[in-house]
Design a binder for this molecule. Structure first.
Ligand code: ADP
Ligand code: ZN
Ligand code: ZN
Length: 728
């Protein structure tokens, strides 16, 4: 037999399938060692066939198999082909996504523990040894026939020599057992609710027919119980499940729920695990020992067979899109796997992505709704506070009088408060603090980003540059401000006001260490009264029953982030944040501080009116021809040499212009420019930006790949990004 092998090597010119003569027991998906050039390297068998086009003298033979089980499933080999074509990736980069990196580098070994098994009655034996062999006698009295003990524990207590003696005498038999390193999680007792009629309707629909569903359920509507109930049914029917959550910070709570309900049947996969934990969890899934995978984005690649359901929680989250090499979109992968396994795919959110909701309207997804909270608890009331009028009334601090009043009440009643500082990305905008004016690009209608070093405003979409603002063109005021308030400032000020109240800070700075999230969240959970101040990390998923106040310090920061999705992201974030309040008996209240109180996004947020927001946003997208009406494509080039990268970009650009001449109706926008961040790690970055309509999208993308393949070379790295979330 001939084996088709992909070699594990980081050199783009050898990204091909090679033929080797297979060994007798070679199987598809196996890792093998093969001779390659003058060395031996690792490879993956992706197919077996009868004949090769190469002549016998050119064919080399596989040296040996590295593992005795296949590490890649047949499904994943097909997935690899799909990804290579769709995203223009290298074969080996896809394969690397499917297995833990530690496996490839052989950095991780199975954890083997040594046990001893007691073969016969040891009390009898104890009578036959010398009276002064105290350790042996004590050990014999302790051991019970037919039991198993960890050897190291016995030697610690009864001495090495005593244990050895019993092994030599054949009383104890050594057994090597592989141990699983299990990630820690919160302890939580199982709570299984009787489904409400609404929850039941959703569960029944999902189980009834294999399809793609959009579960649109307001915050606190009991989506988690829907997921668990669906998964329970699927597992009982003999099939397996994948459940994705957007971020590690969410995993502790969700995970604890799943562990409590499903025990060891759950495996967790995310980047926060230790090397050994990740390897063992992956292996448990591969061997079918764990049948439910809960994890972040990359868990979509879990080697789980016979899938019966894939659920993606908080589907609007950008973390589902991989923005660094290898670039991929989790939904494409989920869709592929659900079709391959003929199972349902559920996307769920309280604030669905505009694109997803459009698909639900078009019938591509089946819409399921949970329009009210569990037990018909009211949504917390959202009060919009105009910070400009606060300034006019002499309050120049960061907290409005309404927020101060509510906070005082909350603390007195021994409830909890969450203060949210919106910080998406690091770029900042300029704003007139007198009238609220914010400069926008004249060509793109997106907020300009202030670049401090050059003291210029730039459009991150078209690259156009503008003078930094000194006088407001609208009201002629010179009260221009840039930059934003940080979590630290807020915490400091709250400390001054309430020195006795525990205040916790949760952001990138305070959550660097392993388990830091869990620690902060569990401490806050116990503090009544208590305040948690944080970035978007605190906005999602958390279910604290005593939070009655949510303060949104400066809602506008993501509103004026420079991309077409910034309003949508603001709507999502603030709705999610508001959803943390009033989840139990006590009523919740949300204070939303803004300099643009009349912005349509806030009006719809305050009324929890997703549908109207969607309609408004969609009409804007239609007028400006942004997604979902078009697809944004970015070709990103980078190189050490500015000359070469400029040259190649120009060459590709010329070719793409020819392509546009053929597809004139499809191109809405095309331009080439330096990237907003001109240099990363000493590599100069250029980009070609496009917006194209959908009709010939796949065709055009394949042609773009061809152009790039033809013109790029080893000195330039090039990536194609489809609807990138970040254009810096
Ligand atoms: P969501 O994810 O939609 O924001 P959760 O799943 O966190 O909502 O549920 C909100 C609260 O309602 C949780 O405290 C949960 O335990 C509770 N809950 C869920 N389903 C039920 C039910 N059928 N009966 C009673 N309480 C429920
Ligand atoms: Zn002004
Ligand atoms: Zn522009």
């Amino acid at each position: 037999m001939i084996a088709e092998v992909i070699v594990d090597i980081t050199n783009s010119t050898v990204d091909k399938v090679f033929d080797y003569v297979a060994l007798d027991d070679t199987i598809v998906g196996q890792r093998v060692m093969v001779p390659f050039g003058r060395r031996n390297i690792q490879g993956f068998v992706i197919a077996l066939k009868q004949f090769s086009d190469l002549t016998d003298d050119k064919l080399k033979t596989i040296l040996y198999a590295i593992d005795d089980y296949p590490v890649i499933l047949p499904e994943h080999i097909e997935l690899m082909h799909f990804m290579v074509k769709k995203y223009h990736l290298r074969f080996v980069d896809c394969l690397r996504l499917f297995i833990p990196s530690e496996l490839r580098s052989d950095d991780v070994k199975p954890l083997i523990k040594t046990y001893v098994y007691v073969q016969c009655n040891t009390q009898e034996y104890a009578k036959s040894v010398r009276k002064n062999a105290k350790n042996i006698i004590a050990l014999c009295n302790f051991l019970v026939k037919g039991e198993r003990y960890l050897k190291s524990e016995l030697t610690k207590k009864y001495s090495q020599s005593a244990v050895s003696k019993l092994i030599e005498s054949g009383i104890l038999q050594i057994e090597q057992v592989q141990q699983n390193r299990t990630p820690k999680s919160y302890e939580m007792s199982e709570q299984k609710h009787k489904l409400t009629p609404m929850q039941k309707r959703a569960v029944d629909a999902i189980l009834n027919k294999n399809d793609t569903y959009l579960l649109f359920g307001v915050t606190g509507s009991g989506k988690t119980e829907v997921y668990m109930s669906v998964i329970e049914n699927i597992v009982n029917s003999g099939k397996n499940a994948i459940m994705l959550v957007p971020e590690i910070s969410l995993t502790p709570q969700v995970l604890a729920h799943f562990r409590a309900r499903f025990g060891n049947n759950v495996a967790i996969l995310h980047s926060g695990l230790s090397v050994g934990e990740r390897f063992d969890e992956w292996r448990r899934v591969l061997l079918g020992e764990a049948r439910i995978v809960v994890g972040a984005r990359s868990a979509i690649f879990a080697p789980i067979q016979n899938l019966g359901i894939i659920i993606i929680d908080e589907e609007h989250e950008t973390s589902y899109i991989s923005e660094s090499n290898p670039r991929y979109n989790t939904f494409d992968i989920a869709k592929f796997r659900s079709e391959y396994n003929k199972c349902s795919l559920v996307l769920a959110s309280a604030t669905p992505d505009i694109d997803s909701y459009q698909k639900a309207i078009d019938g591509e997804y089946k819409l399921l709704t949970l329009p009210t909270r569990i037990n018909d608890k009211p949504m917390p009331k959202i009060q919009i506070v105009d910070m400009l009028s606060e300034i006019r009334n002499g309050n120049t601090g960061m907290f409005s009088s309404a927020l101060l009043y509510e906070l005082d009440k909350c603390i007195k009643e021994k409830h909890q408060a969450m203060f949210f500082i919106n910080r998406r990305g690091y770029s900042s905008f300029m704003r007139c603090t007198n009238c609220g004016y914010i400069p926008k690009c004249t060509d793109c209608d997106v907020t300009l980003v202030y670049h401090k070093k050059e003291n210029k405003l730039k459009c991150h979409y078209c690259g156009k540059r503008f003078k930094a603002l000194t006088i407001c063109p609208q009201c002629k005021s010179t009260a221009i401000r840039n930059g934003a308030i940080g979590t630290e400032q807020v915490v400091a000020q709250l400390h001054e006001m309430y020195p006795q109240v525990p205040i916790y800070q949760m952001d990138n700075d305070t959550t660097r260490t392993k388990n830091a999230y869990q620690k902060i969240l569990s401490q806050f959970g116990k503090s009544k009264p208590g305040i948690l101040v944080g970035t978007q990390m605190i906005a999602k998923g958390h279910d604290f029953s005593d939070v009655t106040l949510v303060g949104i310090i400066d809602a506008d920061q993501s509103l004026y982030h420079s991309d077409y999705k910034s309003t949508e992201k603001t709507f999502e974030l603030i709705t999610q944040m508001a959803g943390r309040a009033g989840r139990d008996k006590a009523e919740g209240k949300v204070i939303l501080q803004t300099y643009a109180p009349r912005h349509y996004a806030y009006r719809f947020i305050a009324n929890y009116d997703y549908k109207s927001f969607f309609d408004k946003e969609l009409s804007i997208r239609k007028n400006t021809m942004f997604p979902p009406f078009t697809t944004i494509l970015r070709l990103l080039f980078s190189s050490q040499s500015e000359e070469i990268v400029r040259e190649i970009t120009k060459l590709c650009y010329t070719n793409i212009k020819h392509l546009r001449d053929i597809y004139l109706d499809d191109f809405v926008y095309l331009d080439a420019m330096k990237s907003p961040i001109t240099k990363i790690k000493n590599k100069i970055r250029y980009q070609i930006l496009m917006r194209i309509k959908h009709e010939h999208e796949d065709e055009i993308i394949q042609k773009l790949y061809e152009i790039c393949d033809k013109h790029t070379n080893a000195k330039v790295s090039m990536f194609v990004e489809i609807n990138p979330q970040n254009l810096s």
